[in-house]
Design a protein around this ligand. Structure first.
Ligand code: SF4
Length: 394
């Protein structure tokens, strides 16, 4: 039986009106810019900023080490800086960018989801997750998102504004600090992986995200010195930006949120597909693999009777294999069950058939762990829940 549920059968998640439909937008509602921060610059830029303020340029090295290695922004911790200059230097390059608005724990304390308030009151989320062999942070790159995916709460908020590099990197510093200080169950550990899968479409905030990738990868004191292999940038399919990223010399993993192998369904499921079709997107993803040597992840949320048909698994395998073998890895993600909604989890049997079809066709496939599913798992849901609560209290 081939039941077909369409994304348009119901108003989008979080919609305020039953007839509401997603609207794609690249324009931010707010134009405000976060205060300038050390992490917005490379080392040369930090030196120039200090010099311009009449301070010694060589202090940039020390300050960078405090931020990226010791993970502190507190002038009291910086005894190698002259007492008389500490506050001035910190005020200039280490303004407070993010403030904790809420924190929720799940998975027996191995997952912590933070809601951060930014300087202008905008809110974003990050999720820190401990696994047996790694500790991963999922960061936000925009406040809200303009991609309007109908299954995503963030998409229904629209794009408030792009984050600055400093605002992205400070999410990472705070998470590294939390991991180091034993905030996750299992004791102190080191943050090893960063995924750009929180709020926002990272490639729609391209320059800032590339700056953040440099700060993540560059060795201390310039950055955190994380391995590029452990960093993943996820996209719904901004084809020109994928091509550009492949040439940055930053061999990070690209994750494509595909969710449908046919344009007919994907046009409704991922509105940006109206601009760049599945074929163009997979061509760009394959080119990314060829240029960087990094295998591309294909993310595929399995939604009951919408995109989980065996014929779609076959079509996906054919589309991938027609471009070569071994270049992509498919991660089917079972959706959280949402009773009464069209966005609900595939049956176990459908999941198995989908995975078997891909594997039978030689496509590497791993069902992904859905961490934090008991704490408003998908991006944007925590912010929506907190906002709702605040409105109720007003
Ligand atoms: S799924 Fe990602 S790209 Fe789509 S609206 Fe949500 S945050 Fe934006």
């Amino acid at each position: 039986m081939n039941i077909q549920v369409r994304p348009t059968d119901q108003a989008p998640e979080g919609a305020t009106h039953p007839d509401a439909r997603p609207v794609l937008s690249f324009k931010a509602k707010r134009r405000g810019k976060a205060p300038t921060h050390l992490a917005d610059f490379d080392l040369a830029g930090r030196k120039a900023a200090l010099k311009e303020a009449g301070l010694p340029a060589f202090r940039a090295d020390q300050l960078s080490r405090h931020f990226f290695t010791h993970l502190t922004t507190n002038p009291a911790d910086m005894s190698d800086l002259p007492a008389g200059q500490r506050s001035q230097i910190c005020e200039l390059l280490l303004p407070r960018l993010i403030q904790e608005a809420a924190a929720i724990r799940a998975d027996d304390g191995r997952t912590v989801k933070h809601l951060w308030e930014l300087f202008d009151g905008a809110r974003v989320e990050s999720v820190l997750m401990r696994y047996p062999s790694r500790t991963t942070l999922c960061v936000s790159s925009q406040a809200g998102c303009g991609m309007a995916c109908p299954f995503c709460a963030t998409g229904q908020m629209g794009l408030t504004r792009n984050l600055s590099t400093g605002e992205i990197i400070d999410q990472v510093r705070r998470a590294s600090q939390a991991a180091r200080d034993g905030d996750l169950a299992g004791g102190p550990t080191r943050l090893t992986n960063v995924v750009f899968m929180g709020m926002g479409e990272p490639l729609a905030n391209y320059k800032t995200v590339v700056g953040a990738l440099h700060r993540l990868i560059d060795p201390a004191p310039e950055g955190f010195g994380l391995s590029a292999r452990n960093i993943t940038v996820s996209t719904v399919g901004l084809v020109p930006a994928i091509k550009k990223l492949s040439k940055e010399g930053l061999p990070v993993t690209l994750a494509v949120s595909l969710h449908a192998p046919d344009d007919d369904l994907r046009d409704d499921l991922i509105p940006i597909n109206s601009r760049w079709k599945v074929g163009e997107l997979l061509d760009a993803a394959h080119q990314y693999f060829e240029v960087t040597g990094r295998r591309v992840s294909i993310e595929y949320a399995l939604i009951k009777n919408m995109n989980d048909h065996a014929w779609r698994a076959q079509l996906l395998a054919d589309e991938l294999n027609s471009r070569g073998s071994g270049w992509a890895h498919v991660n089917p993600i079972p959706l959280n069950p949402t009773p009464g909604s069209i966005w609900t989890a595939s049956t176990k049997a459908a999941q198995q058939k989908f995975v078997d079809t891909l594997r039978r066709n030689g496509v590497a496939t791993t069902i992904r762990d859905t961490r934090g599913s008991d704490i408003d798992g998908a991006c944007g849901q925590l912010a929506t829940a907190v906002e709702k609560k605040m409105k109720e209290q007003q």
